[in-house]
Design a protein around this ligand. Structure first.
Ligand code: HEC
Length: 147
């Protein structure tokens, strides 16, 4: 019994250590750091115009039932959340008339366009599509000090 408990404790601390190692591989980033490429945003604009603009408006200001995807209300909804949460929201529920029809790369492009439209800067590396990397990118409406 005692050995089992010690084994369990060792397994739990090993788990903790590997979780920390994983964390170290995906450094925390912020949407102000340049987390997508200009190329992704350009491809995302074409997708947005074809698949999202009918409901959300070509200038992302929303109409009827579809909320704005730019400006204070939108950023207020998402500020403090991870880019991964917004990615999942789009990937699983949008477009409203054909949910789940965008693949990972397309979702990343359309999200890059939305970020770019909201004046977040493009960078050298593409927006990732894997959960851990997306979860490590925080959306903040205001530019953090020192960025
Ligand atoms: C048929 C109309 C329609 C289309 C097309 C559509 N949406 Fe939506 N979208 C909505 C509606 C309605 C809501 C709010 C209700 C809901 O969540 O279903 C919404 C909500 C959202 C939200 C959540 C906004 C927030 O701040 O909570 C995002 C993000 C979004 N849409 C992105 C997209 C993207 C990206 C596309 C294109 C790939 C798209 N939508 C296409 C109707 C649409």
């Amino acid at each position: 019994m005692k050995n089992t408990l010690i084994g369990l404790a060792a397994a739990i601390s090993a788990l903790g250590a590997s979780a920390m190692a994983l964390h170290a591989q995906t450094p925390a980033r912020n949407v102000w750091d340049g987390v997508f490429t200009a190329d992704q945003a350009a491809q995302g604009k074409a997708l947005f115009d074809a698949k999202c603009a009918t409901c959300h408006g070509a200038d992302l200001n929303g109409q009827e039932m579809a909320p704005p995807l730019s400006g204070g209300i939108f950023l207020g909804n998402w500020s403090g959340q991870a880019a991964g949460d917004l990615f999942t929201r789009i990937h699983t529920t949008m477009p409203g008339n054909d949910p789940g029809s965008l693949n990972n790369a397309e979702t990343a492009q359309v999200l890059s366009y939305i970020l770019s439209f909201n004046k977040f800067p493009a960078g050298a590396a593409p927006l990732p599509t894997d959960d851990a990397a997306l979860a490590a990118i925080t959306i903040t409406a205001e530019k953090p000090a020192g960025k």
